[in-house]
Write a protein of this length. Structure first.
Length: 392
């Protein structure tokens, strides 16, 4: 099974068939499990056996199938599935850190990730140093002998900065710090984050893994010891578990993940090349374009450029809004990785909470539009984007 290629793992890994021999994974919509005897209950609470369950907050057969499948796909020893991507980020960091610990984090983060690092962790006495994630000298200067963890989005939201995971991991490991990578934009299809040195990998399964806008979910992947001894006790007592129904959606999402992400990425590349140099745009940001600041790194670190683009329109917010309102196929929303192409205005939505100065420092201007490229026909998308740019 470990020899299987990713697409085989994505379809077959982790299956637990019930006595009925069903083909498609069963949804075990049960919160609890019965014991034949009082003694059996006592034993299971003392030490659950392999594939024995107690309560769905701790684990559930459908959730376990999803965990085993994504762990196999990522080459991780273990996984814990969570109610959302943010439950995964929070669970990974809160379970491992304590007052007095030091964390170094890239500054270019999804708003809620920034909130956990900047507002929550610091409230509990964790010291956090933010760096420009693309500048290795800043990582080198910030990482100290007492640094317990480094955190980054391997490809940042929405500016698509690519972080040199191997180099940052090298610096972190010199002082024994754990490398925690939010790998959502890089996707499980294009990134081998563990091979690059990540110790803990986090996904919002809401994004490409579901990929059809149906359910919130997340996952923390890592070593058996980290997941079982650090993450699991924290998660099972604080209640951030994934629901069995969501796990079933995510299992089905994994089956088609490779096909969807590769198709979406090919369309994203086509759009990026076609729109580059457009008179209404000051910039097209896409890791697959030669003028992307980390183009070479992205090509070395990822087997594909991803499904996300950022467009910077001349004319600021008014132009961006006119463009968004003129779109016919592409929807205005804030999910990403979806089958439906989605456009977002980060400055007034996902990154509204930041001050204009912070946004400017992160390169999120008023004319920036984030585009998540879906599964529609590339020609239709190009027509739609072109006519909307004409009206911007
Ligand atoms: C969406 C997202 C999250 C949060 O995931 P949810 O499932 O919405 O909680 C975390 N990190 C990144 C990079 C994201 O894009």
């Amino acid at each position: 099974m470990t020899d299987w290629k990713p697409r085989t793992k994505a379809v077959h890994s982790g299956i637990r068939r019930s006595g009925y021999g069903e083909v498609s994974e069963a949804i075990f919509l049960t919160q609890g499990f019965v014991y034949d005897t009082a003694e059996a209950a006592r034993e299971r609470f003392e030490q659950p056996g392999d594939d024995e369950f107690i309560y769905a907050r701790y684990g559930n057969p459908t959730v376990a199938m999803f965990q085993d499948r994504i762990a196999a796909l990522e080459g991780a020893e273990a996984a814990f599935a969570t109610a959302s991507g943010m439950a995964a980020v929070n669970g990974a960091l809160m379970s491992m850190l304590k007052a007095g610990d030091h964390v170094v984090s890239a500054r270019a983060l999804f708003g809620s990730c920034l909130y956990i690092l900047e507002d929550i962790l610091t409230r509990f006495g964790v010291e956090v140093t933010f760096v420009d994630g693309t500048d290795l000298d800043q990582w080198r200067a910030a990482i100290r002998p007492d640094t317990r963890a480094v955190f980054m989005e391997t490809v940042s939201n929405p500016t698509l900065e690519v972080i040199d995971l191997r180099a940052v991991a090298g610096l972190a490991h010199e002082v024994g710090a754990l490398v925690v990578a939010d790998n959502v934009f890089a996707t499980p299809v294009f990134s081998r984050a563990f091979e690059m040195g990540a110790d803990v990998v986090i996904y919002s399964a809401t994004k490409h893994i579901d990929g059809q806008g149906r359910a919130l979910g997340g996952v923390i992947l890592g070593s058996e010891a980290f997941i079982r001894k650090t993450v699991e006790p924290y998660m099972k007592h604080t209640g951030g578990a994934m629901s069995p129904f969501t796990a079933w959606i995510m299992l089905k999402g994994l089956e088609t993940l490779d096909l969807r992400v590769k198709a979406q990425s090919a369309t994203a590349a086509r759009l990026a090349h076609a729109l580059r140099g457009h008179a209404r745009l000051s910039r097209v940001i896409f890791p697959g374009l030669e003028d992307h600041p980390q183009h070479t790194l992205a090509a070395a670190q990822m087997s594909g450029p991803g499904t996300m683009l950022a467009l910077d329109l001349h004319g600021g917010q008014e132009a961006a809004f006119r463009f968004l309102d003129a779109l016919g196929i592409v929807t205005i929303s804030n999910n990403l990785g979806d089958a439906k192409s989605i456009a977002t205005h980060p400055a007034t939505t996902t990154h509204q909470r930041l001050t204009p100065e912070t946004r400017a420092a992160l390169g999120i201007g008023p004319g920036m539009v984030r585009l998540s490229v879906g599964l529609e026909d590339a020609d239709d998308l190009l027509d739609d984007l072109s006519q909307a740019l004409d009206r911007a």
